[in-house]
Write a protein that binds this ligand. Structure first.
Ligand code: ZN
Length: 226
């Protein structure tokens, strides 16, 4: 189940406009809140059928931001990439990697390639295959599917994916006790990289029990070509 990526971590409050903040605060559980680019938005409008329009939607004829935003100095944002703030004194042990995920990204023009690659994987590798995600899911901002595998399979699966990517964008990330770094800092990419929105995830380590484990659900029928 790759919805484990949708981790219940503390999400930063985005720069919502004053009416938006009032709307979110006032609608309570009725607003399903999602993240888009680190910004908090209401995925669905609150249930207000039959009621007056929420205060936040009223047209006051004035900008909710006020008229002094042009005066703001350019701020220095905090660093967002793991490992940048303090140099580690020693390297991490590679044995900290408990499993790997390969995320294969596609779109409306390349889904047939994704289907072909998926079928090839099913035939050849004993992996944990997830379902199709036809919309963004977790930190993955385009449609994708994923499969998980063990560290001892990396030496075969990584070059196999390099030679059989069909041009798709593929993320191969390890699973350690630091999921945020796994996605943002320890990532390997085939062909090219794309955005992975894990910046809102909590920094630091998770309990050992929470490290991604792999339970293969595919029985291959073909040995990989050599
Ligand atoms: Zn993953």
């Amino acid at each position: 189940m790759n919805d484990r990526h949708e981790m219940p971590t503390a999400l930063p409050e985005g720069p919502a406009s004053p009416p938006r903040r009032r709307l979110l605060a006032g609608s309570g559980a009725a607003a399903v809140v999602g993240l888009t680019g680190g910004r908090t938005v209401a995925a669905h409008p609150p249930a207000t059928a039959g009621k007056a329009e929420p205060e936040g939607y009223q047209d006051t004829g004035r900008s909710p931001w006020g008229y002094d935003t042009w005066k703001e100095a350019t701020p220095a944002p905090p660093g967002i990439r793991p490992g940048e703030q303090v140099l580690p004194l020693r390297p991490r042990a590679y044995t900290d990697v408990k499993s790997y995920h390969a995320h294969i990204y596609f779109d409306e023009d390349s889904h047939a390639k994704a289907a072909r690659l998926r079928q090839w994987v099913i035939e050849r590798f004993e992996v944990e295959l997830g379902d199709w995600n036809t919309t963004p899911r977790g930190p993955h901002v385009t449609p994708s599917f994923y499969f998980g595998f063990l560290p001892e399979q990396l030496a075969v699966i990584y070059p196999w994916l390099q030679l059989n990517s069909l041009g798709l964008t593929i993320l191969v990330h390890p699973n350690t006790d630091d999921p945020r770094s796994d996605h943002l800092y320890y990532a390997g990419w085939i062909n090219r990289s794309q955005a992975v929105n894990a910046y809102g995830w909590a920094e630091g380590k998770v309990a050992e029990l929470q490290v991604e484990k792999i339970y293969p659900n595919i029985k291959p029928s073909i040995r990989p070509e050599v």
